[in-house]
Write a protein that binds this ligand. Structure first.
Ligand SMILES: Nc1ncnc2c1ncn2[C@@H]1O[C@H](COP(=O)(O)OP(=O)(O)O)[C@@H](O)[C@H]1O
Ligand SMILES: [Mg+2]
Length: 422
């Protein structure tokens, strides 16, 4: 019974839609009572969402914790596992309470699926009671939730788009995806164009762009949701852009730390963050891909793309075991007279299925680019628009478009904003 519950929990994690917050810079100490739980804790500690926390894991259960904290300050989060009965758990926790600082959050991992025990523990100030065996994502989510402000805005999802090589259409796919997320699914979306010198987001949306990204990268530690808001260029009702004007007159070296701060600041205020990652390799590029909630690789059906995609997929799969594998888009398929690797073979060779096949369509993509419009705008009925639309539906996790908000009349809107000012 207990096993089934735990497995059911485990099964719900790792899906594309699971969005678990990042664990902040805290100390975590776990006292496990069996090897399996210690291994689960180890896997949790190695996950990207726990990268900022400092985690110590040892065996010994509640009484070992009591021993250790006689002489040592308790951490921010203390996890203790026990195989004891209800009475034993409560009495051991009584001893732990004697040595535990009041601001330490205690999570108890037990082996009894017992609601009465759960209620009693919560009443006594335990932050959470989890029934073993656990899945590592359950551990991460429980810790992250302790630090999530329930009043804070929805948690943003970072989707990083990267090309298997230059010119494969990664930016085009990223921009169209973001546009569709904001229009069809009414999701507030920000495109972050990290291609400072050659980025095309401004051009593709026919917009003059300020140098917001330089301000953000130059002073990452001053960044918060308000400052980011000021650095954005508005592209549509629910679509904005953080980017630069493009050009080679500035030398900027990007630090992974700046990317971390920018993306985390956005996560707290924007539901969908599309990151256009340039095709190059540097520590900050690797950081961006490792820490995104989802990575989308765009490739063309030839050998160089295949090799690079395989390398990226292998790296991401091994470094992000608790995340969905990257999504693969094969683009520019069907160039006349060109020998191409068939999509099924491509997918097999790189070890993930092809999520979307986009035809080569010079007219549609060329027109979109020269007009500064999206494929959905210039050729809504084209095969490319249809395939892209299906792909965005996978990303959005729903086939239902957002309901149109009832149109408010202008005088009412005026009154609302006056009310807000008061
Ligand atoms: N399916 C396609 N058919 C024809 N042209 C395409 C297609 N996808 C992208 N393009 C064109 O390829 C060029 C490179 O696209 P871009 O998105 O800038 O690539 P990347 O960001 O991967 O370097 C652009 O001119 C774009 O319009
Ligand atoms: Mg690009």
């Amino acid at each position: 019974m207990i096993n089934q519950t735990a497995q059911a929990n485990a099964g719900s994690f790792g899906s594309d839609q699971s969005l678990v917050a990042l664990v902040p810079r805290i100390n975590i100490h776990a006292f496990c009572d069996n090897q399996q739980t210690a291994e689960t804790m180890q896997m949790a500690a190695g996950d990207r969402r726990m990268a900022r926390a400092h985690t110590t894991i040892q065996l010994g259960g509640i009484m070992a914790a009591v021993q250790v904290f006689q002489t040592q300050a308790t951490p921010n989060v203390l996890l203790v596992e026990t195989h004891g009965s209800r009475d034993v758990i409560l009495s051991e926790l009584g001893e732990l309470a004697q040595v535990c600082q009041p601001d330490t959050k205690v999570i108890v991992i037990g082996h009894l699926n017992d609601v009465v025990l759960y209620r009693e523990l919560i009443r006594q100030g335990v932050s959470e009671y989890l029934v073993a065996p656990l899945h590592q994502m359950q551990v991460i989510e429980t810790i992250a939730n302790l630090y999530q402000n329930p009043k804070s805005s929805p948690l943003g999802r970072v989707i990083a788009f990267v090309g298997a090589k230059g010119g494969v259409g990664s930016s085009t796919v990223a921009h169209n995806t973001a546009w569709m997320m904001s229009k069809r699914y009414a999701t507030e979306t920000v495109i972050t164009d990290l291609d400072l010198a050659f980025g095309t987001a401004g051009l593709n949306f026919n917009q003059d762009v300020s140098s917001g990204i330089f301000d953000a990268l130059g002073q990452p530690d001053r960044l918060d949701a308000t400052l980011i808001e000021r650095l954005l260029t508005k592209l549509g009702d629910k679509l904005s852009l953080l980017s630069g004007p493009g050009g080679v007159d500035r030398d900027v070296s990007i630090e992974a730390h700046a990317i971390e701060v920018i993306l985390n600041a956005m996560r707290s205020s924007v539901p969908c963050i599309v990151v256009d990652v340039p095709n190059m390799w540097a520590p900050w590029i690797k950081y961006t891909l490792m820490h995104a909630d989802l990575v989308v690789i765009t490739a063309t059906p030839e050998l160089a793309s295949l090799r690079n995609t395989k390398n990226l997929v292998d790296l991401l799969k091994s470094a992000r075991p608790n995340d969905p594998p990257p999504k693969l888009i094969l683009n520019q398929v069907g160039v006349p007279k060109r020998p191409e690797i068939p999509p099924a073979d491509f997918g097999k060779a790189v070890g993930i299925d092809v999520a979307c096949i986009l035809p080569y369509d010079a007219q549609t993509f060329g027109t979109a680019q020269s007009n500064g419009q999206m494929v959905f705008e210039v050729a809504a009925k084209s095969k490319a628009a249809e395939a892209l639309g299906n792909f965005v539906q996978i990303i959005a996790g729903t086939d239902k478009p957002a309901k149109r908000a009832a149109k408010l009349s202008l005088p009412l809107l005026g009154k609302l904003s006056m009310l807000r000012k008061k």
